[in-house]
Design a protein around this ligand. Structure first.
Ligand code: S3P
Length: 172
């Protein structure tokens, strides 16, 4: 197993914030699939959505997922929709320990809206966003570890992941 830690979860779950702190704490490199896509494509994500639509973005995600096979011992934050296609959670699980940062939908959305433009939230009302979240949950739930982020600080979430990593190393 390549020994990465892969963070999954809905927009606003704290994948980037927790991933960055976790990487620093463990002395590992931090990688974001969204950054890989932007670096390779040359356009910001909202621009890709605007010019070519969601399906084109999902194809770029598949390429990023392929490229992750070269990584080992990294901390990887995935985009909120990346794991939510058939086969993708299985692919992520072969790369290392997959951690779902689970949250309360209202809290996630408040955080996501503070943190820059998310094209998936454009032109969607509350019921549609809730439906999107519910449709994604079964994918996230296939993670090796679920960490509840409700009312937790970044440090508390990171501590929880570090503890789980130590326990899993103790078992092998
Ligand atoms: C998306 C989430 C975004 C980004 C893109 C699509 C989604 O990442 O990949 O806008 O489908 O949920 P974050 O989860 O970091 O916001």
């Amino acid at each position: 197993m390549p020994g990465n830690v892969i963070l999954v979860g809905f927009m606003g779950a704290g994948k980037s914030a927790c991933g960055r702190v976790l990487a620093r704490r463990l002395g590992r490199c931090f990688v974001e699939t969204d950054d890989m896509i932007v670096a390779r494509d040359g356009r910001p994500i909202p621009e890709i959505f605007r010019q070519e639509g969601e399906e084109a973005f999902r194809r770029l995600e598949s390429e990023a997922l392929e490229a992750l096979r070269l990584k080992s011992d990294d901390i990887i934050a995935t985009g909120g929709g990346l794991p939510c296609r058939d086969g993708r959670m299985e692919a992520l699980r072969t790369l290392g320990m997959v951690v779902w940062l689970r949250g309360d939908l209202d809290e996630l959305l408040a955080r996501a809206r503070r943190g820059g433009h998310r094209p998936m939230l454009d032109n969607r009302g509350a019921p549609e966003i809730e439906a999107l979240y519910r449709a994604r949950e079964p994918y996230y739930a296939r993670a090796h570890l679920t960490v509840d982020t409700v009312g937790q600080t970044v440090d508390q979430v990171v501590h929880r992941i570090v503890t789980a990593l130590r326990e899993s190393h103790a078992r092998v």
